[in-house]
Design a protein. Structure first.
Lengths: 245, 200, 200
């Protein structure tokens, strides 16, 4: 690879390591047997020629050039066993890096040369396609069902009130009671005194009112039959009863 | 399959990769000179009885999956889903009152039901149409199915608890009703007995 | 040619109809219970030497045309986009070293990766982020995808060209590790066992 070609390819380098690898390949030996010193000299010569042509080199290339110049001097000077880092070590590391880059470059080329889908091999042009039909598996428990019916019943059924039986005093009973009691009385007696003792009975107040109504009607009936007399001073005043003499 | 010669292989590959059925001329444009028709016949014979095959549609040829394998290309995946509240209430009404029309379900439920609700119940296989009511409009009636009994673990509909059972279980005591009753008794009113329409 | 049994035919039809490579589980979801793997092996043998065939790509299987039919099929087709040199090298480094960080890629190439390079590889669907390396800065790692295997016709990453030789030669180990090993062996120590960062 001559200088002219290197110059032409200036834009093509993928960094200083790439340039070094190309130069190393120029030695046409296994990278493990490469002369690092020769490689360094080639690189420095390339950078010099680029400068002579007033080509702008990226900073990476100049940094590498400076480092290689240091490596070159270290390799040429008599070996100082205390020198750190050991120039042989630096040279070996550079060689290892070149090997790795080279390996990946070859791997990339082999990868690209494979039978690639859409270029060399093809999938089916018009596949029928596979379909997955989602189907609901409906779930409900018996409790949900029963509870739902309970809920509907409670919510919507007409609520019917049934009035419980309760004790009343019938008109017949009142007639009998009033006609019997009135005969035992000598003087006028207020109608309430003919009622049964309400406090003795369960639900007494209700029964007392029923008895009052029935006894009043009974009193009217007995008066109509001429068996008793009624007396009341004014509307809503106490009503008195007395047996007819 | 015995490997065919390269010309037949080429026709096979071209037909496979094609995005639409191909005429013999179109195939030839890819594979070059050769007896395409005879290659297609060889391929048709090669694929006889396999899961895929070569078919002719008019003057065009294509690969396609065997007709008896079509059902394999589609698969059903069951996803568990819970019935909605409307769904379970509608199902309960049908179960307790069947056969019952949609209007009757709505009257009992006190709320309209959407068309989808009955569809879901029929899709689930729990409800089926059960003739028509002989009244004006002849509305469709619905009833529960055998799958309904199986799913809910019932020997028959008589196994469904009656209203008295529901009451005993407290299932007729939703919060609002119980609350109303509490208020009544505080006012000194008597307990209203609910006269249940006997179900079943 | 003996036609295969119905289970093998079903696997054949499903794989043929699929729009993308299928896992064994996906095939089973369509064809039902049976030895899918053995059916795939039967089919692979059946199609050996034909114009189309069955290949494994990672844990998925697909039909595709035979590689030697490429010249018949390229007609009228667009070439896949050409990758830049940086793109090719970066892809190779990721494939052979995955998972790998951007800094590790740059160390091998001796140059920074321009922003677009990884984007192009990810856009092509060949490279995907693969978690973060648990070191300071938690850098993102990259790895190849299933589409990478499909596109480059690899049954698995073990099929990457020359990967075994590269690993055996220590060329997939970082420079520091390789250097230490060389030093060890020069110091008369036993050959350092290759404690390569296991790929894949």
């Amino acid at each position: 690879m001559d200088d002219a070609q290197l110059t032409l390819d200036l834009d093509g380098w993928e960094g200083p390591l790439d340039l070094l690898l190309s130069l190393a390949r120029g030695q046409k030996v296994d990278l493990r047997k490469i002369s690092i010193l020769a490689l360094v000299e080639q690189y420095l010569a390339y950078v010099e020629s680029a400068r002579a042509l007033k080509l702008e080199l990226a900073a990476d290339y100049l940094v590498m050039a400076a480092w290689l110049a240091y490596l070159k001097s270290a390799l040429l000077l008599p070996r100082d066993p205390l020198a750190e880092p050991d120039p042989e070590e630096l040279a070996l590391r550079l060689q290892l890096r070149l090997e790795r880059l080279s390996a990946m470059r070859e791997a990339g080329a082999r990868l690209m040369a494979r039978d690639r889908t859409g270029r060399d091999v093809f999938a089916r042009g018009a596949p029928e396609g596979l379909r997955t039909v989602r189907k609901a598996a409906w779930q409900a428990e018996i409790f949900d069902l029963i509870a739902a019916y309970g809920r509907i019943s409670a919510r919507t059924r007409p609520v019917m009130h049934v009035v419980a039986d309760r004790e009343v005093m019938t008109l017949e009973a009142a007639l009998e009671r009033v006609s019997m009691l009135v005969g035992e009385r000598i003087d006028w007696s207020v109608i309430e005194s003919f009622l049964p003792d309400a406090t003795m009975l369960q639900d007494g107040e209700r029964l007392r009112r029923s008895a009052l109504a029935s006894s009043f009607v009974a009193a009217l009936e007995l008066a109509r039959q001429g068996r008793i007399e009624l007396r009341q001073a004014s509307p809503f005043a106490p009503l008195y009863l007395r047996a007819r003499a | 399959m015995t490997p065919p010669d390269d010309f037949v292989r080429a026709v096979e590959a071209v037909l496979f990769a094609a995005e639409a059925p191909l005429t013999i001329d179109a195939i030839r444009a890819h594979v070059g000179a050769g007896d395409v028709k005879s290659a297609l016949e060889t391929l048709t014979a090669n694929y006889a009885g396999r899961g895929i095959g070569i078919v002719r549609r008019g003057d065009r040829w294509q690969f396609q999956t065997a007709a008896d394998m079509a059902h394999m290309l589609r698969r059903d995946r069951e996803e568990p889903r819970k019935l909605s509240r409307a769904g379970i209430e509608t199902l309960a009404i049908i179960a307790y009152h069947e056969p019952v029309t949609r209007a009757e379900i709505e009257a009992i439920r006190g709320v309209q039901i959407s068309k989808g609700t009955l569809d879901v119940l029929m899709e689930a296989g729990w409800v089926k149409p059960a003739g028509r009511r002989e009244v004006p409009g002849r509305p469709l009636m619905f009833a529960t199915s055998r799958e309904f009994l199986v799913h809910f673990g019932l020997a028959s509909r008589r196994d469904l608890p009656g209203i008295d059972d529901l009451r005993a279980a407290g299932l007729l005591d939703p919060v609002d009703l119980a609350f109303d009753r509490l208020e009544d008794s505080e006012d000194g009113g008597e307990d209203g007995a609910i006269s249940g329409i006997e179900a079943g």
